[in-house]
Design a protein around this ligand. Structure first.
Ligand code: GLP
Length: 241
């Protein structure tokens, strides 16, 4: 596990982008695993800036997002498809036909989970961007999710609901359920790029890197992956020194 601590938010975005750019340079038709949340925004800003200034193209790129809320209309500003379109897809030249996000509005949720798992089983994600929840979750795999899980529906913990309430007009508006890529599927990516910033992540980051490998901290499984880059800001790295 390679751990890098960024000095500024700009550097945080640049360091994360450098990892994505290496993969893109090697294979312009690569498959990116993408994440939502406030943490990857500096990365998406760098991708958009580089596309605009240097013309890096995403025309041949395929992407898989980690998760989506259940029941939130696609046009709701906090649906993950809206988030991704606003923060990244509309700012680069990716072909929307190559974009994959679980459909949280599917009438048959188990079939939708099986569809997404099947797509992932036939793909190879080259680099998967990840954030971490304050309780150590990755994507929406909450504590005690089996390490070999595939795409499934989750009911969010109270901690995740209250953490995500800041994006909504109050806690009651936060969806209670989501679809998430499973930990087993996340682990299959060739490279994992874990991003964490802010004091509220310091404890989870410590447990991910130094703690026991246990389903009670889903992110701790990263210790077993052969190619992980962790980019932290100083606050998120605070307990590691
Ligand atoms: C959400 C997402 C995760 C994300 C986490 C952290 O619950 N499903 O994929 O990593 O929150 O979000 P933030 O980056 O906003 O702290």
């Amino acid at each position: 596990m390679k751990i890098i601590v960024a000095n500024t938010e700009k550097e945080f975005g640049e360091l994360a982008f450098a990892e994505i750019k290496k993969v893109l340079d090697k294979n312009p038709a690569c498959t990116l695993g993408l994440a939502t949340g406030s943490t990857p925004i500096p990365l998406y800003d760098e991708m958009a800036k580089d596309h605009q200034q240097n013309g890096t193209s995403y025309k041949q790129v395929h992407s898989f997002n980690l998760d989506e809320y259940v029941g939130l209309p696609k046009e709701h500003p906090e649906s993950y498809i809206s988030f991704m379109t606003r923060n990244l897809f509309s700012r680069i030249d990716i072909d929307m036909r190559n974009v994959n996000i679980p459909n949280g509005l599917a009438s048959d949720i188990p079939t939708e989970c099986a569809r997404y798992s099947d797509l992932l089983a036939h793909a190879q994600v080259d680099i998967q961007v990840l954030g971490i929840g304050g309780n150590g979750h990755i994507a929406f795999n909450e504590p005690n999710t089996p390490f070999d899980s595939t795409t499934h529906q989750v009911f969010l913990t109270q901690k995740t609901i209250s953490d995500n309430a800041r994006f909504f007009n109050g806690i009651d508006e936060v969806p209670k359920s989501a679809l998430t890529m499973g930990i087993g599927e996340i682990f299959k990516a060739k490279k994992l790029l874990m991003l964490a910033s802010g004091k509220n992540k310091a404890d989870a980051v410590y447990r991910m890197i130094r703690g026991e490998i246990t389903p009670s901290c889903p992110a701790s499984i990263l210790q077993n992956h052969p190619d992980v880059v962790v980019i932290l800001d100083k606050d998120a790295a605070a307990l590691l020194v």
